[in-house]
Design a protein around this ligand. Sequence first.
Ligand SMILES: Cc1ncc(COP(=O)(O)O)c(C=O)c1O
Length: 376
Amino acid sequence: MKSKLRFIDSELQKIRKNHLQRKLKYGITNGAIITIQKKNLINLCSNDYLGIPPIKMNLKQMESSSRLISGNDESYQILEKKLARHKSYEASLIFPTGYMTNLGVMPAIAKKGDLILSDELNHASIIESCKLTGAKVCIFKHNNMEDLYSKLKSNQKNKFIISEGVFSMDGDFSKLKEITDIATKTNAVTILDDAHGDFVVGKDGKGTGNYFGVSKKIDLYISSLSKGLGSFGGYVSSQKNIIDLCVNRSKAFIYTSALPSFLIENSLKRFESNRKKYQNNLQANKKLLVKGLKEIGYSINSKTHIVPIIIGDEKKTMEFGHYLLKNGIFVQPIRYPTVPKNKARLRISITGWLSHKNIENSLEVFDQAYKKFLKF
Ligand SMILES: Cc1ncc(COP(=O)(O)O)c(C=O)c1O
């Protein structure tokens, strides 16, 4: 080992000591099943929520350039128009990922002298995007409207409130009705990252804004094409001048290669598939699994397809996850820094892929795990 890089080992040592080391697992995913080291496991941690079956793709060209140079295949225009209509906005802009959408949009619209209010449980990509703006960033307590309102009373130039629609690690909804009321009162711009609600909740999967009947009060809508839709990419929908500004200012849009057109066509086909049918499968699976977990004795508060089982202790959570794995269920333990310290959990995500038999089998293992780890 090179002596000048010895500090890397001590960094890794710190991570290991706190039971926070992450290791990559390699697997082959096929619908509800993931195969890891030749073992077939029921996949309860996929974000491919709707479970739309794979669509045959036309691999005409892999890559060309960034979208502002020669990578702007005409399929982008078709999908962006459809996404704008899906969200009832004037325009949309596709980025390579949801993460990059956040990194690109916030610094394009907010700057030094502005104020951003961000929920304390917002995703890492939102946190990083706010840092890039130069604006003052105030974190409000999770879904706490009094805290949000009190922190908004300031004379900063432009004010922004950013929240997730369905929180990725807790599965709870943001209080969108209250947030949009506060935004109206304080003249704040509302930004919703609905990566986990889009295509899943609301009429025709229009997302969390639609679910709460406040879509029109949300000014910018950020999402991922890689979760509910099961494709790849990210996008923002908003009024036309905001999209124009992003095209001109978003570094994460300008200075990177365009997604290959087959991925855009894949999103288009999935968007046009019978999404309603898959949405119904997902809702039925959610009801069945949550009912079973509650009957076993798990304390479940989530009203969505993201169902965390909060264990707390990192070591015990790892052991719990390992037990599930050994018994045919794949649920990744989630630890700090993705969630706060001592709030480690098994984050179950339910998909339309699961059959009733998959759910029954999973519940049998969860029953055993409950007796082993949680019943005293
Ligand atoms: C709330 C939220 N925003 C953005 C992202 C990033 O989306 P993508 O996976 O498309 O980069 C995630 C990913 O988990 C997320 O949970």
